[in-house]
Design a protein around this ligand. Structure first.
Ligand SMILES: Cc1ncc(COP(=O)(O)O)c(C=O)c1O
Length: 463
């Protein structure tokens, strides 16, 4: 399968011409085929380096939740570990040891009842972690139903329509019915009441998101658990909760210590998080932790040899880079609790101040304020009909900013919004520059007679 990204410059000619450097003036290399022979490394480097200049600047990409800045010391460690395969526990025992320390640190941070027996692992990201969490829920439900002599071929999973695409993938790849709670009015995520309405004896679990990809808001995990407690009292059905804390599981422990969302709630069976989002590591690492060994069925675990010992693994891939796991541990060691609180506290300050400044410009109204995840969504006020959020996104692109514009899902498909993700490395200064660029572009947009871009023609971003 070969799918080209629609905005990638196609490079029409079948040959790629090399500039007059390295004594290669006039030379050309095939663009889509394996060259017949070798070329000097400097040439190969320069050809690829030049093409990649067309990629956006990662630091100006306020669409992504993923880290775009790390300390040089961690980059050095990553470079030192680029050749280490996470699966080779026997050959790289210290990398394996560091992975289990990270699992222990996270299970303590998320209040697992017994951190001495922390159960979890690193993954390539939250998507893989979600697959593992979902599979554990499905297998537990199937076993329970089999033990009760009841059919177990129609599992369903309840969640808000705002879930990230990884949950659609989970449902599709593993034959689980997705039961989606739509948005309604100003409710842009799952509510306890609506979640319970969709639960029945075939529900393997409820997914609660901390916080939502669409607007950065936290779903009410505690309320959802309490509603499921009441449901159990009424029906006898004990339905576990998986918390998709892709971003929030690395934010709430530091900035919202009073919020109860994690293993303190007995109904929470598992939590996933992206090390490469607010865990502050470059792309390539996620985490899943179960509340205890009982929450992860034994028969999903494979045993690999580790220094003559047997080490449990549960993962979709076999080989996987070890460097990102080491980088995660660097952040834990280097920042500690206070460091994470400082970094994310600053991001939330930037997000809330930037949201207010944008709201003050006139044509915008906030969907969220950046006071949960340091992320906020904003829309155009109802009276604006001559330009769209897609026009705004395109106008900002002229200065290199990548601010996604997108339509909300059912039942709020009438709402189109822009979203800003504030991460480490995005300063008040950069935020001021973003506002200044918006202010510069607004008069032109306000003068245009009618909208130019819609969801089809504007810069599109996927969640
Ligand atoms: C709530 C949520 N879950 C899961 C994911 C998928 O995470 P990853 O990109 O680490 O696979 C994302 C990504 O944005 C997300 O926001």
């Amino acid at each position: 399968m070969s799918l080209k990204h629609p905005s990638a410059a196609p490079g029409k000619a079948s040959e790629l011409s090399v500039g007059p450097r390295f004594g290669l003036a006039g030379s050309a290399v095939p663009r889509h085929e394996l060259p017949a022979g070798e070329m000097p490394p400097d040439v190969a480097y320069q050809v690829i380096h030049d093409e990649l200049m067309l990629d956006g600047n990662a630091r100006l990409n306020v669409a992504t939740f993923v880290s775009t800045w790390m300390e040089p010391q961690s980059e050095r460690l990553i470079a030192e570990c680029l050749d280490k395969n996470m699966i080779d526990k026997d050959e790289y025992p210290q990398t394996a040891e560091i992975e289990s320390r990270c699992v222990g640190i996270l299970s303590a941070l998320w209040h697992a009842p017994d951190t001495a027996t922390a159960t979890g692992c690193s993954t390539t990201g939250s998507s893989e972690a979600a697959m593992l969490g979902g599979l554990a829920l499905k297998r537990r439900w199937q076993k329970r139903r089999a033990a009760e002599g009841k059919p177990n071929d129609k599992p369903n999973l309840v969640m808000g329509i705002n879930v990230q695409v990884c949950w659609e993938k989970f449902a599709n790849y593993w034959d689980v019915e997705m039961r989606l709670v739509p948005m309604e009015g100003d409710r842009f995520h799952l509510s306890a009441e609506e979640a319970v309405k969709l639960c029945d004896e075939n529900t393997i679990g409820v997914v609660a998101i901390l916080g939502s990809t669409f607007d950065g808001s936290y779903e009410p995990v505690q309320g959802i658990c309490e509603a499921l407690d009441a449901f159990e009292r009424e029906t006898g059905l004990d339905i576990p909760v998986h918390v998709d804390g892709a971003s929030g599981a690395f934010v709430a422990p530091f900035l919202d210590p009073e919020l109860v969302w994690d293993f303190q709630l007995p109904r929470v069976a598992s939590i996933n998080a992206s090390g490469h989002k607010y865990g502050l590591v470059y792309p390539g690492v996620g985490w899943i932790v179960w509340r205890d060994a009982a929450a992860l069925p034994e028969d999903l675990i494979f045993w690999v040899n580790y220094l003559g010992d047997n080490m449990p693994t549960f993962a979709l891939n076999f080989s996987r880079p070890g460097a990102q796991v080491v980088a995660q541990y660097y952040n834990f060691l280097r920042l500690g609790f206070d460091g994470y609180r400082t970094v994310h506290g600053y991001a939330r300050d930037v997000a809330t101040r930037l949201a207010e400044r944008i709201a003050g410009l006139g044509p915008f109204e906030l969907v969220t304020r950046g006071d949960e995840l340091p992320v906020f969504a904003f829309a155009l006020t109802d009276d604006i009909d001559n330009f769209t959020v897609y026009d705004v996104s395109n106008a900002l692109r002229e200065r290199g900013w990548q601010v996604p514009a997108y339509a909300f899902p059912a039942n709020r498909t009438d709402l189109d919004a822009l979203r800003v993700v504030v991460r480490r490395g995005f300063t008040h200064d950069l935020a001021d520059m973003l506002v200044a660029d918006l202010e510069r572009q607004l008069p032109r947009l306000q003068r245009q007679p009618e909208p130019v871009h819609d969801a089809g023609s504007g810069t599109s971003f996927a969640h």
